[in-house]
Design a protein around this ligand. Structure first.
Ligand SMILES: [Zn+2]
Ligand SMILES: [Zn+2]
Length: 116
């Protein structure tokens, strides 16, 4: 008589953690999809110090604390702050406000949709 270990479905043990990691509710998926869509609509460009007026030049990305370098891919927020594309995209997935001035990014975006 061999003792077979039936693991069952593991609903009790680490079930909750597995669910959180792999499965989002439909509502969460929709919100993430909407957020990605909004982020895609933010204008992006290449950092070019020569094209900006020197008095309001932003020199560093406050998310990673690194200075922008010529040619870095950057994203412009509606409040006119700029960040590395990778930095701000990751930030906006967690918090939809500007890390510098805390201005809500989606409010500005949504109102610009309405006027179009
Ligand atoms: Zn950065
Ligand atoms: Zn800002």
């Amino acid at each position: 008589m061999t003792r077979r270990r039936t693991v069952g479905r593991g609903r009790r043990g680490g079930g909750l953690r597995a669910r959180l990691a792999t499965q989002l509710t439909e509502e969460e998926q929709v919100r993430i999809a909407q957020r990605i869509g909004l982020i895609q609509h933010l204008p992006r460009g290449i950092f070019n110090p020569g094209s900006e007026p020197s008095d309001k030049k932003i020199k560093e990305c406050v998310i990673c604390m690194l200075d922008f370098e010529y040619g870095d891919p950057i994203r412009f927020l509606p409040c006119m702050h700029i960040y590395h594309v990778d930095c701000i995209d990751a930030w906006l997935m967690r918090s939809f406000t500007c890390p510098s001035c805390m201005e809500p990014v989606d409010a500005a975006l949504l109102s610009s949709y309405e006027t179009n």
